[in-house]
Design a protein around this ligand. Structure first.
Ligand SMILES: C[S@@+](CC[C@H](N)C(=O)[O-])C[C@H]1O[C@@H](n2cnc3c(N)ncnc32)[C@H](O)[C@@H]1O
Length: 544
C-alpha cells in the first residue's frame, strides 16, 4: 500500500497491526516509512527507533539504520528551513505536494454554458485541480464491503457508527470524520428510542472538521442516524441533496442563525425546465421525503420557509446534473484496490490490463462541477479516497477550455453510442469538437476495410453519409442522427484522407456514401459475408 501511494490506508493498517501485536518490528518499520512519506519526521524517527530495538536480523537492523539516517537528515533540513510540510493540510496525499501553478478561470462558452479554462499554458501531466467533495455517499452495492467514508475496501475488523451501527468504516479516523468526534458524557446513557438517540447524538457529537473556523464539512452521517436510515434506501443523488441541505442547516445553527430555512444557493446548472414530467414528479416527491426526514431530525430547532420545498426540488435537480461517480481501481485477480480512474465514467465495465474500475460512490464537487465534457478530453480525472484530482493529458494553450470526459470517449465508443449515453445519463446533447466535426476514429471504429487490396478506405456497416457544402449528414437505418462539419481540408491528416478520400474531393457534386460502400473508392463490400466471418471469429475467441 505504501508503494501504491495509499499512505492513509497503510498508516491505518500499521496502527491496527501495532495495536494487535506491539512487538511486531515490521509494522513499526512500515509505519515509520509512511510517516516519513507524510513528512511527519519526528514520528517516523520514533517508529524506526522502536523497529530497530525489536529487529533481530543484522541485515534488517542495517536496513533500518540506513533509513533512519536519511530521515534524520531530512528532519534536520526541514527544521533549518523553518517550516515542516507536515503542517500542510493535505500532507497525506503525495500528489498535492506538487506546486500549484495553474490558474483556472470559469468563463462562458458558446454552446456548453459555463466552463473552465486556464489563464496560463499547461504542460502535459500537470496537476490542475484538487478538491474535496461538498458531499459524498457510498453506492448501494458497496455498503457492505467498503468504508462509508474513504470508500476503500473495508478490512475484516470494521468500525461501526457507534449510534446506529449501520454504516461501516475502515478505521476510527474515518468513523470520526463521518460521525463526528464522540465524547461521551459519563452520565449519558444510550437509549434505543429514536428521539433520545438523536438528542444524544446532537449533544455528544462534534465534527472534528467543524472545529476549524473555515470548515466546509460537517459530520455527514449525523442527521441520518437514529431515524429511518434514508441514506441506505434513497437514491444516491437524493441522499447527496439531504447531506448538502443538512450541512447548510448545521452551519446556520452553528453561527446562531436559526431563523427560517429556505435552502443553499449552490449556483450550479440544472435542467428542471427540460426534465420530463415523470422526472419532475420524481424530484418533487423526493423533495417532500427529504423535507420530512430533515424536519424529523431538527424538529423544533428551526422553522421552514414556504419556498423550502421548491428550493429542495432545485437542489435535487442541480445534484442530478452535477454529481460525479467516484471510481477506484481494483486488481482483477483479487489484489489490492488502487485509486486511479479514467473519468466521470459509469465505470462498471472498463478494464485496463489486470485492473478494473469500480464505481464506489457518488459525490458533488463545487469547482469540479464547472468542468464541461469532451469526448476527446484534455484533462484526466482520478480519485484518492474521496478527493478529486485533475491532470492535463496534453500541452494546453492558455485560454483553451479544460474539459474532462463524463464517461464516453471518442475511439472507445462511436458517435451514436456517445450521444446516447450522454443524453440518457446527463440529459444533454454533446457539442464537443469530436461530436461536431467528422473525425477519423468515428469513421473507422465500426467499419470494415475496403475489399480492394490497395485501398485503405473504410466501409461502414450501417451508417449513411450525405455531404452538403461543408457538412456531412449522418443517418442510421434511414433516420437522421446528426450533422457534422467537415474539417478544414488543409488540416486533415494523411490517415483520414486515406480512409475517407471522397469527403475531401473538390468537386461540388452531392455525395452520398451508403453502408457497404468504401468511403475512399466506392467499391462495394459483401457485408453479409464479412459479418458472418466476423461472427465466426467472435464465437471462436469467446470459446477460449
Ligand atoms: C457539470 S455541468 C458543467 C458546467 C456547466 N456548463 C455550467 O454552466 O455550470 C454539466 C452541464 O454542462 C453542459 N455541458 C457540459 N459539457 C457539454 C458538452 N460537451 N456539450 C454540451 N453541453 C455540455 C450540459 O448542460 C451539462 O448538463
Amino acid at each position: 500500500m505504501h508503494k501504491l501511494g495509499l499512505l492513509k490506508q497503510c498508516l491505518r493498517d500499521c496502527n491496527r497491526a501495532i495495536s494487535v501485536s506491539s512487538n511486531y518490528a515490521k509494522a513499526w518499520y512500515r509505519r515509520g516509512m509512511v510517516n516519513a512519506s507524510l513528512k511527519k519526521y519526528s514520528s517516523a524517527i520514533h517508529d524506526l527507533k522502536v523497529a530497530l530495538s525489536m529487529e533481530v536480523t543484522s541485515s534488517g537492523k542495517s536496513n533500518i539504520e540506513q533509513e533512519l539516517k536519511l530521515i534524520l537528515l531530512k528532519h534536520r533540513n526541514v527544521n533549518e528551513v523553518g517550516r515542516s510540510s507536515s503542517d500542510c493540510q493535505d500532507a497525506g496525499l503525495p500528489h498535492t505536494a506538487e506546486p500549484h501553478k495553474v490558474v483556472l478561470e470559469c468563463a462562458s462558452t458558446p454552446n456548453k454554458g459555463r466552463g473552465m479554462m486556464s489563464l496560463n499554458v499547461i504542460s502535459p501531466a500537470s496537476l490542475i485541480h484538487v478538491e474535496d467533495p461538498l458531499a459524498a455517499i457510498i453506492i448501494k452495492s458497496c455498503r457492505e464491503t467498503h468504508c462509508h467514508y474513504c470508500f476503500s475496501e473495508a478490512p475484516a475488523d470494521v468500525v461501526f457508527c457507534p449510534l446506529c451501527t449501520i454504516p461501516v468504516y475502515c478505521s476510527k479516523e474515518c468513523q470520526e470524520q463521518a460521525v463526528g468526534d464522540i465524547s461521551w458524557n459519563q452520565d449519558t446513557s444510550l437509549e434505543f428510542n429514536s428521539h433520545h438517540l438523536v438528542d444524544n447524538a446532537k449533544l455528544g457529537l462534534t465534527s472534528t472538521r467543524c472545529k476549524t473556523s473555515n470548515s466546509k464539512q460537517i459530520a455527514e452521517h449525523m442527521h441520518e442516524c437514529g431515524g429511518a436510515h434514508w441514506a441506505a434506501v434513497l437514491p444516491a443523488d437524493i441522499v447527496l441533496a439531504g447531506r448538502v441541505m443538512a450541512q447548510y442547516i448545521d452551519k446556520r445553527l452553528l453561527t446562531g442563525k436559526s431563523s427560517a430555512i429556505s435552502g443553499p444557493n449552490l449556483d450550479l446548472v440544472h435542467h428542471y425546465d427540460i426534465d420530463s414530467p415523470t422526472s419532475k414528479l420524481e424530484s418533487h416527491i423526493y423533495a417532500i421525503v427529504l423535507l420530512l426526514c430533515l424536519q424529523k431530525y431538527y424538529r423544533s430547532d428551526l422553522s421552514w420557509r414556504e419556498e423550502s420545498l421548491s428550493q429542495l426540488v432545485l437542489l435535487i435537480c442541480q445534484i442530478k446534473v452535477n454529481s460525479i461517480a467516484i471510481v477506484h481501481m481494483k486488481s482483477v485477480d483479487g489484489g489490492q484496490e488502487l485509486t486511479e480512474s479514467k473519468g466521470y465514467s459509469t465505470a462498471s465495465d472498463a478494464v485496463m490490463c489486470s485492473v478494473e474500475q469500480i464505481r464506489v460512490a457518488q459525490a458533488i464537487y463545487m469547482s469540479g462541477s464547472l468542468f464541461n465534457h469532451s469526448c476527446r478530453p484534455n484533462v484526466h480525472t482520478y480519485f484518492h479516497s474521496r478527493t478529486l484530482f485533475l491532470r492535463s493529458t496534453e500541452y494546453i494553450e492558455s485560454g483553451s477550455p479544460l474539459e474532462l470526459s463524463y464517461g464516453p470517449q471518442a475511439g472507445e465508443m462511436d458517435l451514436l453510442e456517445r450521444q446516447k449515453s450522454l443524453q440518457e445519463n446527463y440529459k444533454f446533447s454533446c457539442r464537443c469538437s469530436s461530436c461536431s466535426e467528422l473525425n477519423l476514429s468515428d469513421l473507422v471504429i465500426d467499419s470494415f476495410c475496403c475489399p480492394r487490396s490497395f485501398c485503405l478506405g473504410a466501409v461502414s456497416e450501417s451508417t449513411c453519409y450525405r455531404s452538403e457544402e461543408n457538412f456531412v449528414h449522418v443517418s442510421l437505418n434511414g433516420s437522421a442522427v446528426c450533422k457534422l462539419s467537415l474539417p478544414d481540408v488543409s488540416k486533415v491528416d494523411e490517415d483520414m484522407e486515406k480512409v475517407g478520400k471522397l469527403f475531401f474531393r473538390n468537386d461540388d457534386a452531392d455525395l452520398k456514401i451508403d453502408p457497404g460502400y468504401c468511403m475512399s473508392c466506392r467499391s462495394q463490400l459483401d457485408l453479409s459475408s464479412v459479418v458472418a466471418t466476423l461472427d465466426r471469429a467472435a464465437s471462436k475467441i469467446n470459446s477460449y
